[in-house]
Write a protein that binds this ligand. Structure first.
Ligand SMILES: C[S@@+](CC[C@H](N)C(=O)[O-])C[C@H]1O[C@@H](n2cnc3c(N)ncnc32)[C@H](O)[C@@H]1O
Length: 364
């Protein structure tokens, strides 16, 4: 779907927050895979929806951010970093070529150490064959699939990425797109969810549950495709449409690093994030003192469902199934123990080995 309007276009507040997350994550991803001990000889950063590399206010787009992350963190002699940028609007691909020339007037690496391939065409038709041509498979690939939110990505490609060594995806999703057009969308939309039509039951849900349902179905699709660990969160600008990012990886370290990147993003710029599973949809804006309300609610629900649970298991739950970090768990639970809402198997401060449970409610 080519750009509906001028190229380039203005950079929305949630786009800046998204870029911030990409940058912080890629500044970790490139060196971990290319520059440290036991690193790989090569990696590939691929975008299926690359854009023109610049916004109308001069802000850099994701392709520039990705190349800068590599050059900032990995010495030019370390390994081979391939870049593949696909976009179906030729205005974007031709502007991306000139943007990259201007952003990197002195090539930061040789053509061999940093091949850059800019391809006009759709993600569905071009991404996989171009990865074949670049001989990217068999080495780590980071696929950034940043569509307008409709995620027209072949499921087969997600499956192939999930089974490729140390490969990860980050997908932008606008659940509203699916909520609004569900009755008009044919089988191609089921393909987004791996062929599973469960997402269509969104029509039967209350308004406030619709987005969460779409996101849960997409998360399930990525999991079924083979990504063992997932992290999804909602970027919430104070004004404007929220945006969901879903990250899939085969490695727990990937989730940890993505979460670190998320929590470092400067939310004073007016974009917060939200855990899509929080019933009260509380937005986390304040970076200095994380608002732990949503985590507390999720932990209480977990204890209600599972009974007595070791804190270490709750830390894993927080890491893999919420937007929170492991170290937030004890901070979220301690006030509840002080208030007598939960009990611990030992006196004093909570520890990772403590077993906690919900205190019996008086009268029951
Ligand atoms: C959200 S923008 C990408 C922004 C860019 N990733 C960034 O952060 O700077 C989405 C881009 O996807 C392109 N696009 C839309 N549908 C596409 C498709 N099916 N295949 C490839 N590109 C597509 C549009 O032309 C647009 O440039």
């Amino acid at each position: 779907m080519p750009v509906d309007g001028d190229v380039p276009w203005p950079c929305a507040p949630h786009t800046e927050a998204k870029h911030n997350i990409y940058r912080r994550y890629l500044e970790r991803w490139f060196p971990i895979l290319l520059a440290y001990e036991n690193s790989y000889p090569s990696v590939t950063y691929a975008e299926g929806f690359a854009g023109p590399g610049i916004y109308s206010g001069g802000e850099p787009g994701s392709p520039v951010i990705a190349i800068r992350a590599l050059t900032a963190k990995v010495p030019p002699t370390k390994g081979v970093a391939r870049f593949l940028f696909v976009d179906d609007d030729e205005r974007c691909t031709s502007m991306l070529k000139s943007t990259l020339r201007e952003a990197f007037p002195d090539r930061p690496r040789s053509d061999h150490a940093m091949p850059v391939n800019i391809v006009p065409g759709t993600c569905a038709t071009n991404l996989e064959p171009e990865l074949d041509k670049m001989k990217a498979w068999g080495q780590p690939i980071f696929a950034n699939l940043d569509s307008w939110g409709n995620a027209p990505v072949p499921y087969r490609l997600l499956q192939r990425l999930a089974t490729n060594v140390s490969s990860e995806v980050i997908v932008t999703l606008q659940p509203q797109h699916f909520v609004r057009f569900v009755t008009k969308m044919g089988p191609a939309a089921d393909e987004v969810f791996g062929g599973d039509p469960t997402w269509r039951s969104v029509t039967e849900l209350a308004a406030e549950a619709k987005s969460r349902h779409i996101l849960t179905c997409y998360r399930q699709a990525l999991h079924t495709a083979g990504f063992e660990y997932l992290l999804d969160f909602e970027l919430v600008p104070r004004n404007g449409q929220p945006l969901y990012l879903v990250f899939g990886t085969g490695h727990p370290l990937g989730v940890k690093k993505m979460k670190d990147s998320l929590w470092e993003v400067d939310r004073t710029q007016g974009v917060g994030f939200r855990d899509p599973r929080d019933e009260q949809a509380e937005t986390l804006f304040d970076i200095t003192a994380p608002e732990l309300g949503p985590l507390t609610r999720l932990l209480v629900q977990k204890l209600r469902d599972n009974g007595p649970t070791r804190i270490e298991d709750l830390r894993k739950f927080a890491l893999f199934e919420t937007v929170y970090r492991e170290e937030h768990v004890i901070r979220a639970l301690q006030p509840l123990t002080d208030q007598g809402v939960i009990t611990s198997d030992r006196r004093g401060s909570l520890r990772r080995s403590s077993i906690v449970s919900l205190a019996p409610t008086p009268g029951r």
